[in-house]
Design a protein around this ligand. Structure first.
Ligand code: AP5
Length: 210
């Protein structure tokens, strides 16, 4: 099964992508994580993406399309995958179609902007391995320290309040039209994000069976 998770920054795409990945045993591909890894490694891709990411702008379409094209050609994707954070523009959705990819379901997580701002202010990420935590919803065992690799937890640069507002503006302007693109094809399923992660997961898994 090939699934797209749509939604504003902080809507819970990454969280739900992990749940679906375990449920269907297919990889979850986060373009944000791919780009952050490239930034951490200091690769040419990372150097191209860093400034846009830090400032809440989208990385250019051709760069991200190249990342996804290479990733979905890998062996572990042959039985399907979940795309988390891609496509984010209509041009990216068209490029996916041009690659011959047949998407089965597009799940759109709907969460109000005010809830998103609250959620993102509590997120902490590991500076070493990139693992994600939340002060209230998913705390690390030892405050400020990653459970997996023991490195320090930091605030993601693009989770600063002013940048979160910019990311929301970009989402409303550039990504919301992607919903209409898939709705016209009868593939869009909207899910209201719930206060508890597991309540949202139940709705998402139901949408996949519809
Ligand atoms: P990316 O990493 O994709 O960032 P994003 O879409 O802004 O998504 P987030 O990771 O912030 O949130 P999420 O929806 O995954 O929510 P999460 O599950 O973490 O992209 C980063 C940047 O990369 C972009 O700004 C852009 O520059 C670039 N980029 C990436 N893809 C691109 C593309 N296709 N084109 C161009 N540029 C691209 O949850 C958020 C937090 O809330 C967590 O801490 C979680 O624990 C907490 N939380 C609290 N309550 C709940 C609940 N009920 N459900 C879920 N989470 C909850």
């Amino acid at each position: 099964m090939k699934i797209i998770l749509l939604g504003a920054p902080g809507a819970g795409k990454g969280t739900q992508a992990e749940v679906i990945s375990r449920h269907l045993n297919v990889p979850a591909i986060s373009t944000g994580n791919c780009l952050r890894e490239a930034v951490r490694a200091g690769s040419p891709l990372g150097l191209k993406a860093k400034d846009d990411m830090d400032n809440g702008r989208l990385v250019p379409d051709d760069v991200v399309i190249g990342v996804v094209k290479d990733r979905i050609a890998m062996d572990d994707c042959k039985n399907g995958y979940i795309l988390d954070g891609f496509p984010r523009t209509v041009a990216q959705a068209e490029a996916l179609e041009a690659m011959g990819v047949e998407i089965d379901r597009v799940v759109d997580l709907e969460v109000p902007d005010e809830t998103i701002k609250r959620r993102l202010s509590g997120r902490r990420v590991c500076e070493g391995c990139g693992a994600s935590y939340h002060l209230d919803y998913k705390p690390s065992k030892q405050e400020g320290i990653c459970d997996s690799c023991g490195k320090a937890l930091i605030i993601r640069k693009d989770d600063e309040p002013a940048t979160v507002q910019d990311r929301l503006d970009v989402y409303h302007r550039q990504t919301e039209p992607v919903k209409a693109f898939y709705s016209a094809k009868g593939k869009l399923f909207q899910v209201e994000g719930q206060e508890k992660v597991e309540d949202t997961s139940a709705l998402v898994l139901k949408a996949l069976e519809a």
